[in-house]
Write a protein that binds this ligand. Structure first.
Ligand code: AMP
Length: 414
């Protein structure tokens, strides 16, 4: 939570939430609602549909989950294989995070919840569904698998929440989403949360929301000024050597490091472990269990290196890192901003280092053009390039907006 996001005018007590929920919030150390919670909780309790524009980090999960828990705990009960609320999310990571929050918020309530996503065995999920649950957090593909196996039925559904709707459509889940919508009963209460409002999302919102209350929180701008950025020119094949040298000299033990491919992530982890460091990889080929463990250990440990690919790192709830290293520059220039936005938050100084090989010079030029700056270079003794990396000249022309693609290939099997 940043200071700006914390600036709220009311306490949780005046939102109308029931006592067991207020107790859970107290136990979790939530003192006051964030702006999105402030705007959303009471209207949801009163039965309104919601269109919320908010990103991860604003407290949006509690904004919908707290009133949903309140509504479900007031009356009704679960029947075998049936669900009363469905939270549809685009990725396994988000599913795991939302579920974890649900368990935390409902600790003093008699609410059954579970989570279902792809990439893990379906049988345990079917067994958990057999008694019926109040809340199911699921990714679209796995939800349909469960439905086809008759493990989930929608007759009792009262509440539907779309979380990160823009990402869901971006990842190519349009068909699954339509199929699911065709299976759900109406009337029901529906909420949709999204970080951005592209045309496809507003179209879907119009289709599924009834007279929605539109709430929006301006995301905290990633102030690149708060992040000290450096480019380390280095030959492609000497990047690991450079990393180990800098780690030894500067005593870095905990940081997030981005690589281009899953393969490079695994190889770098092996080399770091071989050199005596604690390191874990997080990427799309890892099982969900491995990803969740890696993230939990990284958050907990003082000495731990997390090696990530861009896709796996998106939406991860990792805050306040003093150091982010780009072992490789990202394939998409915009990802540079997402990556380094993980450091230097909430007024804290952060550092972002990029290892740049001659082959990556064009990507560097694009990043500098996007971020409207020439990034300072640091030459490392023994790693000088011959010929050197060309000098950057700032290209001040803005990038033209690309036409949106019709439909992208699914990136994550969920
Ligand atoms: P979210 O945007 O839902 O991913 O939430 C971001 C983080 O803020 C999570 O770690 C939540 O546990 C935390 N959080 C949510 N609401 C509050 C609150 N009112 N006070 C303090 N922390 C909160």
């Amino acid at each position: 939570m940043t200071d700006r996001e914390k600036t709220a005018s009311r306490s949780f007590t005046s939102t109308g939430l029931s006592d067991p929920i207020l107790r859970a919030l107290k136990a979790l150390g939530y003192k006051e609602p964030t702006p999105i919670q402030d705007q959303t909780i009471s209207p949801v309790l009163a039965g309104r549909d919601i269109l919320g524009t908010a990103q991860t980090g604003t407290g949006k999960t509690a904004a919908f989950m707290l009133p949903v828990l309140d509504i479900l705990s007031r009356n009704g009960k679960t029947s075998p294989n049936r669900i009363r609320a469905l939270i549809l999310v685009p990725t396994r990571e988000l599913a795991a995070q939302v579920y974890e929050n649900t368990v935390n918020y409902s600790r003093y309530l008699k609410i059954r919840s579970t989570v279902a996503y792809g990439g893990v065995k379906i049988n345990p999920q079917m067994i958990r569904m057999s008694k019926g649950v109040d809340i199911l957090v699921a990714t679209p593909g796995r939800l349909l698998d469960l439905y086809r196996k008759n493990a989930v039925q929608f007759q009792d559904l009262e509440v539907l929440v779309f979380d990160e709707a823009d990402r869901m459509l971006n990842l190519g889940f349009q068909d699954e989403v339509n199929e699911i919508l065709g299976l759900l009963p109406s009337p029901r209460q529906t909420m949709m949360f999204t970080a951005t409002l592209p045309e496809e999302v507003t179209h879907l919102a119009k289709e599924i929301l009834k007279n929605p209350l539109e709430v929006s929180v301006i995301p905290e701008e990633i102030t690149l000024d708060a992040v000290k950025q450096y480019v380390y020119p280095v030959a492609h094949e000497r990047k690991t050597e450079l990393l180990l040298k800098l780690m030894k000299e500067k005593g870095w033990l905990k940081f997030l490091i981005f690589v281009k491919t899953k393969n490079r992530a695994d190889r770098l982890v092996k080399k770091l472990i071989h050199a005596g460091y604690i390191a874990q990889a997080i990427h799309g080929d890892k099982s969900q269990g491995a990803r969740t463990r890696a993230l939990a250990e990284f958050k907990k440990d003082k000495a731990s290196i997390l090696v990530a690919t861009d896709l796996a790192a998106r939406g991860l709830d990792i805050d306040q890192l003093p150091l982010v290293i780009n072992f490789d520059l990202p394939k998409l220039k915009e990802d540079y901003i997402h990556r380094i936005g993980r450091t230097g938050r909430a007024g804290q100084a952060g550092e972002a280092l990029s290892f740049v090989s001659p082959e990556e010079f064009d990507s560097l030029k694009d990043i500098e053009r996007l971020t409207k700056q020439v990034i300072a270079r640091v030459e490392t003794e023994g790693f000088k390039l011959d010929p050197p990396l060309p000098e950057s000249k700032l290209d001040t022309r803005p990038f033209k907006a690309k036409k949106p693609k019709k439909k992208k290939k699914k990136e994550e099997p969920c």
